[in-house]
Design a protein around this ligand. Structure first.
Ligand SMILES: Nc1ncnc2c1ncn2[C@@H]1O[C@H](COP(=O)(O)OP(=O)(O)OP(=O)(O)O)[C@@H](O)[C@H]1O
Ligand SMILES: [Mg+2]
Length: 314
């Protein structure tokens, strides 16, 4: 069983236009509307692959009501979303051929200490229920004054099951500095450079840092590098992962889909190589969709066979 926690779900609007003109009226037909947030996207991906997925999180206001009803149409086995004060966020993406991707993302409702505690209690209860150890994923930003929120969660939950995180900035720094480490982290190359406070421009530079002292006790690290694929460390094995070129339509959420692929592979007990193939194939499949955090099984299975996972040494 996979459980994903999304503390900042979003109502996503994605506009596709030939040219986006700043400071002018831009009319867009056929926007894509969807619900998102990294945990929901990763969970949806794993569920579409066939895993049993429970989604946990918080919702607020009118947008929260819309998201709650849309969640009923999603492929989750169960959903547990607390209602909190404020308004769940809108996330607007404009895709145009000149500038690529422009995003406007609201901060979302404040996660108070009380809400954080309620989510922790709910997560503890749900992870204690299954007979087999669950895979738990904490994904995405959180609007809180507590920079140690995810670190606190890990310290309370312990190490009896695998915890995956797709977070960045200070929350990630604190998680890595804590006594209970996540089983898996998935920074993209920019987040990886920020985490290690150094310039990392390409896959070979990322590969060279996978044994950085800061990451010593993390069993599984995937640094995703967009259309260039990824590099990974699984215990003491290093991997270079090459993907075929595709004409991407909207790569937003490809990292979330990648986390969904990893969660699926771990949940099903697949080999590390096949788990990495699923992860990359999910990221690629998402990049071919207009929507954020969606995959098609046909594309995942087609791409999976074309992904080269090579063991390397540095
Ligand atoms: N343009 C692209 N073409 C092909 N595959 C892509 C492309 N962009 C992303 N992918 C696939 O998705 C994976 C994750 O993408 P990326 O590194 O962009 O994640 P990310 O920056 O965390 O994304 P997000 O945070 O928006 O979900 C890549 O490793 C790759 O497999
Ligand atoms: Mg990401």
């Amino acid at each position: 069983m996979i459980l994903t926690v999304t503390l900042n779900p979003s109502l996503d609007s994605i506009y596709f236009t030939d040219t986006f003109v700043l400071g002018a009226m831009n009319r867009c037909g056929n926007p894509v509307k969807a619900i998102g947030g990294k945990g929901i996207n990763a969970g949806r991906t794993a569920a579409l692959l066939g895993a049993e997925v429970t989604a946990v999180g918080v919702l607020a206001g009118v947008n929260g009501t819309v998201i709650r009803s849309a969640l009923e149409q999603e492929p989750f086995s169960a959903t547990h979303f607390l209602t909190v004060a404020g308004e769940s966020r809108n996330a607007v993406t404009v895709m145009d051929s000149l500038h690529g991707q422009t995003e406007i993302v609201e901060l979302g409702p404040q996660i108070t200490a009380d809400t954080a505690q309620q989510i922790l209690e709910l997560t503890s209860k749900l992870t204690a229920e299954p007979k087999e150890a669950p895979i738990l994923a904490f994904c995405g930003s959180v609007n809180t004054d507590n920079d140690h929120l995810y670190q606190d969660y890990l310290e309370h939950l312990g190490t009896s099951f695998k915890i995956l995180t797709d977070i960045s900035g200070r929350q990630l720094q604190h998680v890595l500095a804590g006594t209970v480490k996540p089983y898996f982290i998935k920074p993209n190359i920019h987040e990886f450079a920020e985490l290690l406070a150094m310039s990392i421009k390409d896959k070979s530079e990322a590969l060279a840092q996978l044994n950085h002292p800061l990451l010593k006790e993390i069993p599984f690290i995937l640094v995703s590098c967009g259309s260039a694929g990824a590099v990974a460390r699984y215990h003491d094995q290093l991997f270079d992962i090459e993907i075929p070129q595709i004409a991407a339509i909207n790569p937003t959420g490809s990292g979330d889909a990648t986390v969904g692929g990893i969660a699926f592979g771990l949940d099903q007990g697949l080999s590390i190589e096949e788990t990495l193939q699923y992860a990359m194939a999910c990221g690629m499949s998402n990049a071919l969709e207009k929507a954020v955090g969606y995959i098609t099984l046909k594309n995942v299975h087609r791409f999976k066979e074309q992904i080269k996972v090579q063991r390397v040494s540095v």
